[in-house]
Design a protein around this ligand. Structure first.
Ligand code: 48F
Length: 265
C-alpha cells in the first residue's frame, strides 16, 4: 500500500542519513560546473570522500548554454584523453578544435563523478568558510539551502568540515573571495580576471589550479579571478584539465606527499 506517511518517512530517513554523513568529508567542492565535477570524479576515483555543493537544482554550470546558446562547445587536442576517459563523443573540425554536445558532457561528467562515489548536493549554497589559526587554515564551509539564501531571511547555515575545500564557483570565485575578505590571516589577494585570450588562459588555468592557502584550493575559471589570468570563452578543455590538476594536487597534499605547486605569476 502506498501510504503518504511512508513516502515522507522514507525520504526523511535517507536524506538525514546522507546529510549527517556530509558533516565531515575529505574534500568539499563548491560548484558542479566542468572543473568541479572533473575534480570530484578524479578524487572520488582515488577513494577520497567527496561532496560537491551546487546551489542550483541542476549540474553542469556553464556547460549547458554552449557557445552563446549554440549547442556545441569546443575542445583542444590536449584535452581529448579526458573526453575519451569520460566516454564523451567529440567531432573534429577543419578549424583545429573539436566540438562536443553540451548535454552529453554534462550527463557523462556527472555520472562518472557519482559512479566513482562523489556525492552531489543540489540546491545547497555555500556562503562562508570555517577557519582555524596557528597556523591559519581553512577547515570547511558553511552551507544553506539556496531558496532560504534567496529569501534574504537570516537562517544560520550548517557546517561541513573538510580537509580540502575547493572553489569551483566560476567567474566570481565566491569561496576564495569570502575567505580573502573575512580571514585576512590567510593572506589571499584576489587579482581579478583579465579579458579574453584563449590560448594563454587555457594553459594558465591548468597551471594555476591547486592550493591557494592551507586547506583551500581553486580550479576552473575561479583561478583566473584569483590570479589575474585572462578569461576564455566556450572552449572547455582547460576546465577539465584544471579540475584534474586540482585533484592531483589535493590527493598529494592529503596523502602527505610533497607536491610542487606551480609558480604563480
Ligand atoms: O561557472 P562554472 O561552469 O565554473 P567552471 O567549472 O567552468 C567555467 C565555464 O563554465 C565557462 C568557461 C569555460 O571556458 O569560461 O565559464 O570554472 O560552474 C560554477 C558552478 O558553481 C555554482 C554555480 O551554480 C555553477 O554551477 N556556484 C557558484 N557559487 C556557488 C555555487 C556557491 N556559493 N555555492 C554553491 N554553488
Amino acid at each position: 500500500m502506498l501510504r503518504e506517511s511512508y513516502i515522507g518517512r522514507a525520504i526523511i530517513r535517507a536524506a538525514l542519513r546522507d546529510l549527517e554523513e556530509l558533516s565531515e568529508v575529505d574534500v568539499a567542492i563548491v560548484g558542479a560546473g566542468p572543473s568541479g565535477l572533473t575534480a570530484a570524479y578524479y578524487l572520488a576515483k582515488e577513494k577520497f570522500k567527496v561532496v560537491v555543493f551546487e546551489r542550483r537544482f541542476s549540474f553542469g554550470g556553464g556547460i549547458g548554454p554552449g557557445g552563446n546558446m549554440l549547442p556545441r562547445i569546443a575542445f583542444q587536442e590536449e584535452s581529448l584523453p579526458i573526453l575519451e576517459e569520460l566516454g564523451v563523443r567529440y567531432e573534429g573540425t577543419e578549424f583545429g578544435v573539436y566540438v562536443v554536445d553540451p548535454s552529453v558532457l554534462i550527463a557523462k561528467l556527472a555520472s562518472k563523478a557519482v559512479d566513482a562515489g562523489a556525492k552531489i548536493l543540489l540546491g545547497a549554497h555555500v556562503d562562508d568558510v570555517i577557519y582555524k589559526l596557528d597556523p591559519p587554515r581553512v577547515t570547511g564551509i558553511l552551507w544553506i539551502w539556496t531558496p532560504i539564501q534567496m529569501s534574504g531571511m537570516h537562517v544560520d547555515p550548517l557546517y561541513t568540515e573538510a580537509k580540502a575545500v575547493v572553489d569551483a564557483t566560476g567567474h566570481d570565485a565566491e569561496v576564495i573571495s569570502v575567505a580573502a575578505r573575512k580571514v585576512p590571516e590567510l593572506g589571499i589577494v584576489i587579482q581579478g580576471e583579465k579579458s579574453g585570450y584563449s590560448e594563454l588562459s587555457e594553459k594558465l588555468v591548468v597551471e594555476h589550479a591547486g592550493r591557494v592557502a592551507p586547506g583551500l584550493y581553486v580550479t576552473g575559471i575561479a583561478a583566473c579571478t584569483v590570479y589575474g589570468l585572462p578569461r576564455m570563452g566556450p572552449i572547455f578543455g582547460g576546465m577539465l584539465l584544471s579540475g584534474r590538476r586540482a585533484a592531483q594536487v589535493i590527493a598529494e597534499d592529503l596523502r602527505g606527499e610533497k607536491v610542487a605547486i606551480p609558480a604563480k605569476e
